[in-house]
Design a protein around this ligand. Structure first.
Ligand code: IYR
Length: 231
């Protein structure tokens, strides 16, 4: 038998009674540790297998991202999922054109030194290898019924949080991704024919890691380097 829904009118709007979760302290602590251990296994990769990933999988991952909180619940994002070969090639070509300029002249020596341990260069073959590319767009404004523009709120924060959910969903499914930021990336708006209110935010290849994948030998900061407790 399904539970009866309970409502309350607050500020003139209907609110639903929240389904309060279990509050067992021991279980809460062990679940938080289990999740940390799992997330701590995540790595960004640049060597993808061509093994296919179903459209349903990508659809669930996108829907998970869209459960993120956002300014005034505007959900100011669009996720474009691309498996089409010609589009992937066009995106790779345009991204490499920009990146070639970045590595040869636009990036400072200091920046290139900082990227040394990551082993990156202008070659972005993963943009054709991975079975899916997901391009995240932020929606800086919306049109109302009278076709008037209204700016969205906290757009960068909202989309950043949604991408965090997205990356977690990808990892927990057993897939991998890379938060690729070709710069500038307005070519994505053109290639994908996006409306005037959308700006490219991130380009993410999604797929399985290739059989032989290498990741940089880098480590995460310890708790005391990233936090301060005030008790
Ligand atoms: N966008 C370039 C360069 C690059 C910049 C940073 I900061 C990185 O963490 C990694 C790469 C590229 O994708 O190669």
């Amino acid at each position: 038998m399904s539970k009866e829904k309970r409502y309350k009118i607050i500020n003139g709007f209907r609110h639903l009674m929240y389904d309060v979760q279990q509050q067992d302290e021991v279980l809460v602590e062990s679940k938080s540790k289990t999740f940390f251990d799992h997330m701590n296994q995540r790595r960004s990769i640049r060597q993808f297998s061509t093994k296919p990933v179903s459209k349903n999988t990508i659809s669930y991952i996108i829907q998970t991202a869209s459960t993120a909180p956002s300014g005034a619940h505007k959900q100011p994002w669009t996720f474009c999922a691309i498996s089409n070969k010609e589009l992937k090639s066009a995106i790779r070509k345009a991204a490499e054109e920009e990146e070639r300029k970045n590595y040869s002249s636009r990036m400072s020596e200091r920046w290139k030194e900082d990227l040394g341990p990551l082993g990156t260069d202008f070659n972005k073959d993963f943009l054709e290898k991975a079975p899916w590319l997901l391009v995240v767009f932020k929606k800086i404004y919306e049109f109302d019924n009278q076709n008037e523009k209204h700016n969205n709120y906290y757009v960068n924060e909202s989309v950043g949080i949604a991408v965090g959910f997205l990356i977690s969903a990808i990892h927990q499914a057993g897939l991998c991704t890379l938060t690729h930021t070709p710069s500038p990336m307005n070519f994505l708006e053109k290639i994908l024919n996006r409306p005037s209110n959308e700006r490219a935010y991130l380009l993410m290849p999604i797929g399985y890691a290739a059989d032989e994948t290498y990741v940089p030998d880098i480590h995460r900061k310890k708790l005391d380097e990233i936090s301060q407790f005030f008790e």
